[in-house]
Design a protein around this ligand. Structure first.
Ligand SMILES: Cc1cc2nc3c(=O)[nH]c(=O)nc-3n(C[C@H](O)[C@H](O)[C@H](O)COP(=O)(O)OP(=O)(O)OC[C@H]3O[C@@H](n4cnc5c(N)ncnc54)[C@H](O)[C@@H]3O)c2cc1C
Length: 247
């Protein structure tokens, strides 16, 4: 964090920060001392200094249920002869029948100006527990509808950012690397999930291969995330269209 800022005599210690902004961090790691744990803690610290209200959904600690099942509906099913999760979730949302854990997360999303997803890359995607959060929380009627999707999605007044660690290094995830450009991995998450729900997507924070980096390098990775967050509210969203990913 910058050492040049005087904290004396100002109500907002980071004048370029946004006191009063609300941030939800959806966090998936089993180990608090992990790199992901450190990145999450750095975000909580920096955003709190700015005067933001930060809420963390620590999915493993919450024992968050990732499975999308009939248990998600507190009221009678629309069609008990043929179960269609998406249809039932849409209907339960409208009737107020969703289970309390989903309603709680939707409330956090509704209140947030910015949502940060913090996770280790699992099979080119989010860990199952975070995918379950997306499956269950971002239901039709709440996050999107038809034709209210993409730029017209219901969460269009919110920012989203994915911050993740990888096993592979930056070269592996380059255009000529074995895994291809990291942007290809981002397409389903940033475009298929976040943009679909209307979010304005900020550039991702990719922390490459912390396990294979030196202690000093790892400290630098955490510090650079904290430094970026100092001016996060000034950032413009990416142009979340196929050309950003594939050209
Ligand atoms: C099921 C599964 C699927 C996977 N799929 C993929 C895949 O598709 N692609 C891919 O690239 N990788 C994949 N991986 C690898 C995975 O993405 C990495 O193991 C993970 O991202 C590393 O992050 P971590 O937080 O778990 O690291 P950790 O092992 O927790 O951290 C690395 C080191 O950093 C240290 N550390 C923590 N905080 C600090 C700090 N503040 N300062 C300095 N050091 C610190 C820790 O002590 C540790 O020694 C997969 C892993 C699994 C289990």
């Amino acid at each position: 964090m910058s050492g040049t800022v005087s904290l004396v005599g100002t109500e907002d210690p980071r004048p370029w920060g946004r006191a009063g902004k609300r941030v939800l961090i959806v966090y998936a790691h089993q180990e608090p001392k992990s790199m992901n744990g450190s990145l999450k803690d750095a975000a909580v610290t920096e955003l709190s200094i700015q005067g933001c209200q930060v809420t963390v959904s620590d999915l493993y600690a919450m024992n968050f249920e990732p499975r999308a099942t009939k248990k998600d509906f507190a009221g009678p099913l629309n069609n008990s002869d043929f179960f269609n999760y998406g249809v039932e979730a849409h209907s339960a949302y409208k009737k107020g029948f969703l289970s309390s854990d989903v309603i709680e997360e939707q409330k956090k999303v509704q209140e947030a100006d910015l949502i940060i997803f913090q996770f280790p890359l699992y099979w080119f995607s989010v860990p199952a527990i975070m995918k379950g959060w997306m499956d269950r929380v971002l239901c039709q009627g709440f996050a999107f509808d038809f034709p209210e999707c993409f730029d017209r999605g219901f969460l269009q007044n919110k920012l989203a950012l994915i911050s993740f660690t990888t096993g592979g290094d930056a070269e592996l995830y380059s255009k000529t690397g074995l895994s291809g450009d990291i942007k290809y991995v981002l397409w389903p998450l940033q475009h298929g999930v976040l943009h679909f729900c209307g979010f304005k997507v900020l550039a991702p924070q990719v922390t490459f291969a912390p396990e294979y980096s030196s202690e000093d390098k790892r400290k630098e990775m955490v510090e650079s995330w904290a430094r970026r967050l100092e001016t996060i509210w000034k950032e413009k969203p990416i142009n979340c269209t196929p050309s950003w990913y594939f050209e």
